[in-house]
Design a protein around this ligand. Structure first.
Ligand code: PMP
Length: 345
């Protein structure tokens, strides 16, 4: 019989999918096998196929296992992290499988749907008011620090934990290298904590120093020279430089606007049947831009661009996939079609 005993054994080994129509004919050589000379080809690493639904399952397992090994996390201990996103889901899932308690601290602006996902795994969610000054005892970071200081508690802190980039150095990077049989020429991903780009980028460059590592970043974030100006794409871009970001690894950062990120996210669903989040659309847009630059050049013929798509679009149905929400910010869905018809009107 072919089965696993633990859900955790299903983390990683995600597939690569070659992008086609959304590239507007780029690299369309008719070579279905994508053999040498067929480039540029763009391959998407589909991370929503992890059991918790995102790339963050990888860092959750690695951070928890390292804390078990070091003794920071003891049997029956409590994991405390100020997050409501994919890292929370990954941690909640791994904690459930391993018998730990989880407490997530989040600001009150976080949607009820997101809180309910964490609760569904058995985690506790502490909601903090946004409308208090940072020094207030009820402020989000103060509450999480207080809870993390309690006996038996451990805080992974994905922004400073070296096991975040290390998980990508040990799993995501080697998978991509093996899946492309060492033919990868460019790696593209969005940058949040910087764990993905730093770990994957370092691994790939150790295999072949010529591999180009390209970060995709929302306009306004520090990685592309901004000061943290607000943008709407979630999970990527920062207003500070996290310890988990290796400043030496990226050869280039491509800045992508919210409008381009969202329009391309919608195209991925309609044209590639890839229902992914806005940060995936942002990264894939940057990968397409790279492919456009390489097309027609001698280098482009053998270019194999791998772009990492971090999560599913299911978590953004009321945002990126809602025309009214997009319209409120002046964005368009990228299709222009009327997709909903109400019967009987
Ligand atoms: N996209 C999404 C949806 C994310 O949740 C994250 C993690 N913050 C990223 C991209 C960026 O990954 P990393 O933190 O490894 O830079």
């Amino acid at each position: 019989m072919d089965y696993v005993n633990s859900l955790l054994d299903l983390i990683g080994n995600t597939p690569l999918l070659r992008l086609s129509t959304s590239l507007d004919g780029l690299g369309d050589t008719g070579d279905a096998e994508g053999g040498p000379g067929a480039g540029p080809i763009v391959l998407a690493k589909v991370e929503y196929l992890n059991p918790g639904g995102s790339v963050k399952d990888r860092i959750a397992t690695r951070m928890i296992e390292a804390a078990e090994a070091s003794g920071e996390l003891q049997p029956g201990g409590t994991i405390v992290e100020p997050t409501s996103g994919n890292t929370g889901v990954g941690l909640a899932m791994v904690a459930q499988a391993k018998g730990y308690h989880c407490v997530f601290v989040c600001p009150d602006k976080v949607s009820e749907d997101k809180r309910n996902v964490l609760k569904a795994y058995g985690a506790e969610v502490v909601v903090c008011p946004t409308a208090v000054p940072p020094e207030h005892p009820d402020a989000y970071y103060n509450v999480s620090d207080r809870l993390a200081a309690e006996p038996g508690a451990w805080k992974p802190d994905q922004y400073s934990n070296p096991h975040n980039p290390r998980s990508h150095y040990e799993t995501t990077g080697p998978e991509i290298w093996a899946q492309t049989e060492g033919r990868i020429t460019h790696f593209v991903c969005g940058v949040g904590t910087g764990g993905t780009i730093s770990g994957v980028g370092r691994y790939l460059k150790e295999q072949n120093p010529a591999v180009q590592v390209v970060g995709a970043d929302p306009a306004g974030s520090v990685y592309s020279g901004g000061s943290g100006r607000p943008y709407l794409v979630e999970g990527v871009g920062e207003d500070f430089w996290p310890d988990t970001y290796d400043r030496d690894v990226a050869d280039r950062i491509i800045e992508v606007s919210d409008a381009d990120s969202f329009a391309y996210t919608r195209r991925l669903a309609r044209e590639e049947a890839l229902l992914v989040g806005g940060s995936s659309g942002m990264a894939a847009y940057a990968a397409k831009q790279l492919a456009e630059e390489l097309a027609g050049t001698p280098e482009g013929k053998d270019a194999v661009i791998v772009v990492l798509l971090p999560d599913s679009g299911r978590g953004y149905l009321t945002k990126v996939f809602n025309d009214e929400w997009l319209g409120q910010y002046g964005f368009v869905s990228g299709s222009g079609d009327e997709t909903v018809r109400t019967v009987g009107e």
